[in-house]
Design a protein around this ligand. Structure first.
Ligand code: SAM
Ligand code: F3S
Length: 444
């Protein structure tokens, strides 16, 4: 009988991608089908995040809620994966005995074996190693669901920002070989995918093995992906300012299929704070990247990540962050109050600023980012945007939706034949989280 699988994902895009791979491996081995609630499931997986304390604690309260379910149905398998798993390992089973298996981001391909071993031995199984990039050799071929897809091209992070757990939970940067990435994109394109998002914790640090006669960096990879038949649009996330090379900037001028949008985390606008964060660039260097990008691609929209209330941050430092957001006209972004993470260097720094001040800073920053994002949306009204049509709207089948190059959702009256095509759409209204438009004409 097919096993029923429930996966709950916390945190970043990498986790969303990993969750889809968990489904794929269990589907390939156990014929698992996805269900909508733990109550219906034979296997419940929590794909966790430990970037901030709140996300980490949420997992334990969710696990607590599974106790009654497991008591009523002891054959239920409960697994914890992702970054909390990687950081806590065996301690998860000690704190939450309901857990049967613990696996890390680099061992998710071993899920079926861990489940078998748990059933056979009756003992909890823990595997949170970082066995280089072996994972990708053991995953089933990528399956397309719709016209857009994610392709992981590198994993982990070697930057060791002083506030961040990721290098400890996901391991150092490892890139997939060039040919593996191109093959996966080509396979997805053959299944109807038109837009790929290349994914990595620092995606532009990609340095995968290439055939002997070739030296390939991230900009060369983009060029090659753009040549794959069927691929109409390319995105990538998340990029790091330290590896934002002149070649990558130039790629934005040269590769028409590269979407006019970058997500480039800056974290703060003060050099003092950036140095304490060990980010490896100054505010001026960051501004210079964005200005050169805008020269290469004048329409480009730039979104970012911010941390407010880093230990020792002052009102003056914080205002420099606001100034940077204004100067660079940063679009809708992610921003959070600093959360001390055990084991990271910043967790030991004195932190005199009170929580209320930090929350007030966050509110001011988010208000500014929203205002600017809204301004960008409103300025798009009247323009014609190339929209990749992703599908019909759930609420109204005569309505279709897709995204603009700067990643905004547009809804418009359309037809099923447009799905997968890039259609010129005139923007008629801007809402806080979407745009409304009318197709100009059907594209070829
Ligand atoms: N590689 C990316 C970069 O260039 O910075 C970031 C990846 S990180 C997993 C995603 C975001 O989480 C960061 O950009 C940062 O804003 C946020 N983050 C990481 N550690 C944090 C912490 N201790 N407190 C608050 N936010 C944090
Ligand atoms: Fe974290 Fe900095 Fe890497 S934010 S993921 S250590 S670039």
């Amino acid at each position: 009988m097919r096993k029923k699988l429930y996966v709950k994902t916390y945190g970043c895009q990498m986790n969303v991608y990993d969750a889809s791979k968990m489904v794929d491996v269990l589907n390939a081995r156990e014929g698992a089908e996805v269900v909508a609630s733990p109550e219906e499931a034979d296997i419940v997986l929590f794909n966790t995040c430990s970037v901030r304390e709140k996300a980490q604690e949420k997992v334990f309260s969710d696990l607590g809620r599974l106790r009654a379910l497991k008591a009523a149905r002891p054959s239920l398998i409960v697994g914890v994966g992702g970054c909390v798993a990687s950081q806590e390992g065996e301690a998860i089973v000690a704190r939450a005995p309901v857990v049967d298996i613990v696996f890390g981001p680099q061992t998710l391909h071993r899920l079926p074996d861990l489940i078998d071993e748990r059933r056979r031995s009756g003992k909890p199984q823990v595997d949170i190693r970082f066995p280089a990039i072996e994972k990708f050799d053991h995953l089933p071929p990528a399956r397309a669901e719709g016209v857009t897809a994610f392709v992981s091209i590198m994993e982990g992070c070697s930057k060791y920002c002083s506030f961040c757990v990721v290098p400890y939970t996901r391991g150092e940067e490892v890139s997939r070989p060039l040919e593996d990435v191109l093959t996966e994109v080509a396979e997805l394109a053959a299944q109807g995918v038109r837009e790929v998002t290349l994914l990595g914790q620092n995606v532009n640090a990609w340095a995968g093995a290439a055939p002997e006669d070739m030296s390939a960096d991230f900009s060369v990879l983009l060029e090659l992906v753009a040549q794959i038949p069927g691929i109409a649009r390319i995105r990538y996330t998340t990029s790091h300012p330290r590896e934002f090379s002149p070649q990558l900037i130039e790629a934005h001028a040269r590769i028409a299929k590269l979407a006019c949008h970058v997500h480039l985390p800056v974290q703060a606008g003060s050099d003092r704070v950036l140095a304490a964060m060990k980010r490896g660039y100054t505010a001026l260097e960051f501004k210079s990247i964005v200005r050169r990008l805008r020269r290469a691609c004048p329409e480009i929209s730039v979104s970012s990540d911010f941390i407010v209330g880093f230990p020792g941050e002052t009102e003056r430092d914080f205002e420099q962050t606001l100034q940077l957001v204004r100067d660079l006209h940063i679009d809708q972004s992610f921003s959070f109050v600093y959360s001390p993470r055990p084991g990271t260097p910043a967790a030991d720094l004195p932190d005199p600023v009170d929580r209320a001040t930090k929350l007030q800073w966050l509110e001011r920053l988010q208000r500014l980012l929203e205002e600017q994002g809204r301004g960008i949306s409103e300025a798009m009204v009247g323009s014609v945007q190339p929209v990749l049509v992703e599908g019909a709207s759930r609420r109204d089948p005569a309505e279709y939706s897709g995204r603009t190059p700067n990643h905004r959702i547009v809804n418009f009256p359309g037809s099923s034949g447009w799905v997968g095509k890039i259609i010129p759409v005139r923007i008629t209204r801007a809402f806080p989280h979407s745009l409304r438009g009318e197709a100009e004409a059907e594209a070829a």
